[in-house]
Design a protein around this ligand. Structure first.
Ligand code: ADP
Ligand code: ASP
Ligand code: MG
Length: 406
């Protein structure tokens, strides 16, 4: 008998009719004889609304109270889906994170899952009762509710699948699979029938929000068979698999973009040993995550320019810190620029092919797009460009790497 975890995202549960439709999908899986656990997101728009309410009341809110508030959407949708299942004759009950218990650390707002007690769930699954677990939430060691970061229900689903030793984890969403690029930006994007864990991990961490990055990390670590598919149509979806399961590997499998970037440039910094540590040490201590970095060679041997990127939410904090550091750094100018995007091409085939970066640079230059920062790893190349070029750049690259479908 198969054991399946099904996850439904917010758009897939946005109305009572969609909740009824999701219940039918669960019923169909139960009818195949499977043991089924379901993980739900909040109904579309609910979490954003709750986040806004917290910010409106208290701009620098207490993260513990934030979690109490924003976790509430999943409580509602888990109860509603359990009711919809009962209405169509499927035995089901809802579970909140603390009831399971799904234990996390105490990093409120971005907690990590430590353990999931599955004994009671397993007993009930064996009795043919569907478990409907509220995604995105858990309980900290101090008994307070935590949340796993935006998009965290994907991670709840994969963690539950790993803990239950599930045969498959099905992520039902509002697109019918993982595409070569966000289909909302590139109309010619093609659905991938398979993608490797590694590529999916890069795609997610570089901005493709179809799966939360941590969910892919966890699927990769525990080898959870993962499928991304539509909630609305009966289509095969995309399987996330090991590299050796893909026979014909493309050089580039996908393109991702992130608007969540801000560039900061320090002009005329003293070029002496220890300067990078003086800039980036305090930023790290303040929990500001730095992504891309370039430092120019100094022309005069005395001063240099340093450019780096941080998340948009951290920009102001980074700028304030650097202003405080001015007496030590003695830079000539500090220039923040939030109007940038990061565009990345991803593919495990890059390991064995030369010229991949060159094709990217040529395509961007043919379209008059200036590259501000470049960073590479074994299976990806990222560039930072002005935000106004986002769609042009992504479409040009999609064509340049032969990814366009019909
Ligand atoms: P859910 O609410 O089901 O969790 P999300 O909105 O979090 O759904 O993720 C699905 C969205 O991810 C899609 O609507 C799509 O716009 C976006 N997306 C970004 N990149 C990709 C990609 N490469 N393939 C598919 N979808 C993508
Ligand atoms: N509801 C949460 C969010 O909007 C978690 C999720 O949907 O995965 O981020
Ligand atoms: Mg999501």
């Amino acid at each position: 008998m198969a054991r399946i975890v099904q996850k439904f995202g917010g758009t897939s549960l946005a109305t009572l009719d969609r909740i009824r439709a999701a219940a039918q999908r669960v019923k169909a899986e139960v009818a195949l004889g499977s043991e089924v656990a379901v993980v739900v997101s909040a109904m579309a728009g609910t979490t954003n609304d709750l986040v806004e309410k917290c910010s409106a009341l208290s701009p620098l809110h207490d993260a513990r109270e934030y979690d109490t508030v924003v976790s509430a959407g999943e409580q509602v949708s888990s109860g509603l889906l359990a009711l919809a299942l009962q209405e169509i004759g499927v035995s089901a009950r809802s579970w909140l994170g603390w009831q399971v218990a799904l234990r996390t650390d105490d990093a409120h707002g971005k907690a990590r899952i430590l353990s999931i007690d599955t004994a009671e769930l397993e007993r009930r699954l064996a009795n043919r009762e569907v478990a409907v677990l509220a995604g995105f939430q858990g309980i900290a060691p101090n008994q307070r509710i935590t949340t796993l970061g935006r998009g965290g229900s994907d991670t709840t689903a994969v963690a539950l699948a790993a803990a239950l030793g599930a045969d498959r984890c099905d992520i039902h969403t509002d697109v019918d699979g993982v595409y070569t690029c966000d289909p909302r930006i590139v109309r010619q994007a093609r659905k991938l029938s398979k993608i490797t864990y590694e590529e999916m991990l890069e795609m997610a961490s570089l901005g493709a929000k179809v799966l939360q990055t941590r969910s892919v990390e966890m699927a990769m670590k525990h080898r959870v068979p993962l499928r991304v598919l539509s909630s609305f149509e009966d289509l095969p979806g995309t399987l996330v698999v090991d590299e050796d399961e893909i026979v014909e590997q493309e050089v580039v499998s996908g393109i991702a973009y992130s608007r969540d970037e801000a560039k900061i440039t320090l002009i005329g910094v003293a070029d002496r040993p220890g300067i990078a540590a003086t800039i980036f040490g305090p930023l790290a201590d303040a929990n500001v995550n730095v992504d891309m970095i370039v430092q120019n060679i100094s022309e005069d041997g005395a001063t240099t320019d340093v450019t780096f990127t941080v998340g948009k939410a951290d920009q102001q904090r980074a700028v304030d810190l650097l202003r405080d550091l001015e007496p030590q750094l003695r830079y000539a100018q500090l220039r923040p620029d939030p109007d940038v995007v990061k565009i990345s091409v991803i593919g495990v085939g890059m390991r064995s092919h030369a010229g991949v970066a060159q094709r990217m640079f040529a395509a961007l230059s043919e379209n008059g797009i200036n590259i501000q920062v470049i960073s590479t790893s074994e299976i990806k190349i990222s560039v930072l460009v002005a935000e106004r070029y986002l769609e042009l750049a992504v479409r040009a690259l999609h064509t340049a790497y032969g990814l366009d479908g019909d």
